[in-house]
Design a protein around this ligand. Structure first.
Ligand code: S3P
Length: 173
């Protein structure tokens, strides 16, 4: 089985994914890191040198390549992965894939992302926490349509990583 974690930037897909994979004794993969390996440069550099459209094309291709493998793993996608091209339809159509939307509240996403926004090409230009909050609210409004097509939705608020992993395992088995 492949478990594909979906959710906004700052929802904890990677940190939850690492622990979930360890608990299930299967490998963990991170789509952004796989893209960086293929492109031999950082996500920020891809955005600044080649632009977002190029990034989205590579993202879709690397996703499909990873999901075509027969092995089991946990994959943390990027926050935009399911929202471009036919990626969400593709993920939802695979029988051996369980997609899990980690749904985190706007306020929590805002405070988490405010301290790390410099490393994120889509957020670096936002100056204040209010601007960031506004940006994430609009982003969630547009993206929820795709995120909500996940097979499972795990709403997370004050839970820590271990509790989130437990919640996901309970949904899966
Ligand atoms: C993006 C999220 C990022 C990364 C890129 C674009 C997005 O991944 O793929 O900066 O469009 O939301 P994380 O969600 O892992 O930060």
């Amino acid at each position: 089985m492949k478990i594909v974690l979906i959710g906004h930037m700052g929802s904890g897909k990677s940190s939850v994914g690492i622990k979930l994979a360890a608990a299930l004794k299967i490998p963990f993969k991170d789509l952004d890191s796989e893209i960086e390996k293929v492109e031999k440069t950082s996500i920020s550099n891809i955005f600044s040198e080649k632009g977002e459209i190029y990034f989205r094309k590579v993202e879709g291709k690397v996703l499909k390549k990873l999901l075509s493998a027969t092995s089991s793993f946990v994959l943390a996608t990027g926050g935009g992965t399911p929202c471009y091209g036919d990626s969400m339809t593709y993920i939802a159509g695979l029988e051996d894939v369980v997609s899990v939307y980690i749904k985190v509240q706007l306020g929590t996403l805002t405070s988490r992302l405010f301290s790390e926004k410099e490393n994120r090409p889509l957020l670096a230009h936002l100056k204040t926490e209010d601007e960031l909050n506004d940006f994430i609210r609009k982003h969630l409004f547009e993206r929820a349509y795709y995120y909500n097509q996940s097979k499972e939705i795990v709403a997370v608020d004050a839970e820590n990583i271990n509790e989130t992993v437990e919640k996901i395992i309970l949904k899966l088995f």
